[in-house]
Ligand binder design. Sequence first.
Ligand code: FE
Length: 230
Amino acid sequence: MKKTSFDIHAPGNAHHDHHDHVHDHDHDEHAPVNEHDNGPPNDYEIMSRAMQELLEEKGYIKPGQIAKRMEEFDEQFPFRGAQVVARAWVDPAFKARLLADGRAACLELGTILEAERLIAVENTPDVHNVIVCTLCSCYPRSLLGMPPSWYKSRNYRSRVVFEPRAVLKEFGTALAEDVTIRVHDSNADMRYLVIPMRPHGTEGWSEEKLSQILSRDTLVGVTVPSITNH
Ligand code: FE
């Protein structure tokens, strides 16, 4: 029997941030989720490009200004999540602190979380965790950088809640039927980080080497780390 649980830890959705709220106009709800980064531009990208051209034409912004701002954003929020999880893998005391108070544990490694709370959720042989923001695109940016476009898509936000196993399969992640999938709904006050299971065969690896198998997607929970190419 398939097991799925949907955890909403926050009281209601009153505290959602809408800084990059995604409106529900996607027309590709039935397309595989992970093709969003590769396919033709979607409605939002076309609208955003048109807006950019208009602003440039009217002289409000200079060409390249938006691209530059996005580069600055990437520098400001580099991918630090791998370092945090690699530390948790090698240091059980740190992992315990990360699970108890994610924000404080990240601060130990010099990362200041943008949200009030960070909840680290650990994958086990029996439970697999996945993160979503069903309302918009709340995401632990200070750990994972900019959210990928599929994370903001209505396709992912709606489907991962009621058919997580099918969505994970589209990311190439096939979980055994007896593994419970927990879907966690982020919001403005609360962000999640998945601690994946450390793969067999990584015994004795350095933190640096371990962090190389911890991709962004493994920390959102849509894929699991693998050592095949390492
Ligand atoms: Fe959100």
